[in-house]
Design a protein around this ligand. Structure first.
Ligand SMILES: NC(=O)C1=CN([C@@H]2O[C@H](COP(=O)(O)OP(=O)(O)OC[C@H]3O[C@@H](n4cnc5c(N)ncnc54)[C@H](OP(=O)(O)O)[C@@H]3O)[C@@H](O)[C@H]2O)C=CC1
Ligand SMILES: N[C@@H](CC=O)C(=O)O
Ligand code: NA
Length: 367
């Protein structure tokens, strides 16, 4: 299997490390291309095999990224015995827009990037159609819950005829970390802005942390789950989910203070966040006075036709308050079969190692 990686940042770098650490004598993969935002390496004659040297090889590449050329070059090498996969480890809309082209060309697509599956419904439908036409597959486990088996679990529930009554949980590693640290039931604790900065340092946030704090990252994940359920309409009948035009159709509460909306740079955004610490401290004190903690949760509810994300208060003995730590996600699947007790998936839901593992796991599924 020929593998081309686009995006060599936190997740991409860790993915390359995990991929090349499969012993060459057992690895079915050949890493033939690396692309960053500024350059591209095309090396099918001499595939990348070293975690120690790929960075210098890419840094020494002189070609600019050209996704059309990459598509052509890869497609030319596909044969009945040689398959190909592109791994998109960016958060780019432009890269996501290429999925239908790649799938049509017979190239499999694997990604933790949520943009294509939660963006415009038209792009999602083109992806489904292109995959059906060529038989090339798209896999996106790490788009929800990072490496946790969330998408695969949902696909199996749906494909085996279970009916989804409700999916609810904490879907953001960043939001989980922030509120696990910030709101413990006590009226006091670290400042909001300080825990947001640490979440970024730990690699949990999106490239721009505002994309987590505005709730959009959770809204995107809920959109992906809703669309996965809708692949089999019978799985949410007799009621149904709204057809989401994009993640923007999800009812979402943003945590971004109004004056900080639209700041394009993550660094400036974080530098100004302390101005609003007092507002968040007030919310923490109010929750504590009620014997509650704050948690940012998401719900996909086919029975009531609702998809929503927002900040809620939970009693200090609720599982969302007691059982989560670090960047943990918790996802509860309430279904016809898993009732009255839900099927629960829980564990680290962000960070390079667990996200890259979900991506590599998808690649292994292709084999
Ligand atoms: N971090 C996490 O815990 C999780 C992340 N994800 C998803 O994984 C993806 C990657 O996240 P992360 O690694 O943290 O982000 P980073 O910002 O660390 O890396 C993104 C990489 O994408 C590259 N890039 C951006 N635009 C383009 C482009 N047009 N063409 C080629 N390369 C491009 C950047 O290149 P350059 O190096 O040149 O700037 C950078 O290397 C995102 O979609 C994120 O939502 C999903 C689950 C968890
Ligand atoms: N920023 C995201 C990363 C994983 O999807 C999160 O915090 O959950
Ligand atoms: Na996952």
């Amino acid at each position: 299997m020929l593998v081309a990686v686009i995006g060599t940042g936190l997740v991409g770098g860790e993915f390359i490390k995990q991929l090349v650490s499969i012993p060459p004598e057992t690895s079915p993969f050949s890493l033939v291309s690396l692309t960053s935002s500024t350059r591209t390496l095309w090396t099918p004659e001499n595939p990348v095999i070293s975690a120690a040297s790929w960075k210098s090889s890419l840094a020494g590449a002189t070609e600019k990224p050209d996704l059309q050329k990459l598509t052509k070059d890869l497609a030319q090498l596909i044969s009945p015995s040689t398959r190909a996969a592109i791994i998109d480890n960016t958060s780019s809309d432009d890269v996501a827009a290429m999925y239908p082209v790649w799938l049509k060309a017979g190239i499999n697509v694997i990604t933790p990037n949520k943009k294509a599956y939660s963006g415009d419904l038209g792009l999602y439908e083109k992806i489904l159609a292109a995959s059906k036409e060529s038989g090339a597959r798209f896999l996106n486990e790490s788009t929800v819950g990072a490496g946790l088996p969330v998408i695969s679990t949902l696909k199996e529930l749906v494909a085996t005829g279970d009916k989804i009554k409700k999916i609810e949980g904490v879907f953001s590693g960043t939001m989980s970390y922030i509120f696990n640290e910030f709101s413990t039931g006590s009226p006091d604790g670290p400042s909001f802005s300080s825990v947001v900065s640490i979440a970024r340092e730990k690699g949990y946030t999106e490239p721009h942390p505002a994309d987590d704090l505005n709730g959009f990252d959770v809204a995107r994940k809920l959109t992906i789950l809703s669309r996965t359920i809708s692949l089999n309409p019978a799985s949410s009948s007799p009621t149904s989910l709204p057809s989401l035009q994009s993640f923007a159709s999800v009812q979402t509460t943003s945590l971004i203070p109004k004056p900080l909306e639209g700041i394009p740079a993550g660094d400036e955004f974080l530098a100004r966040l302390p101005e609003f610490d007092a507002e968040f401290d007030k919310m923490r004190k109010e929750a504590s006075a009620e014997g509650k903690v704050l948690r940012f949760v998401g719900v996909v509810d086919p029975v009531n036709g609702q998809v929503k994300a927002g900040l809620e208060k939970y009693p200090v003995d609720h599982p969302f308050a007691t059982s989560l730590g670090g960047s943990d996600n918790i996802i509860m699947f309430h279904t016809e079969r898993y009732s009255p007790r839900p099927l629960i998936v829980q564990g680290a839901g962000a960070g390079a190692a667990v996200t890259a593992m979900g991506v590599l796991g998808d690649l292994l599924k292709l084999m």
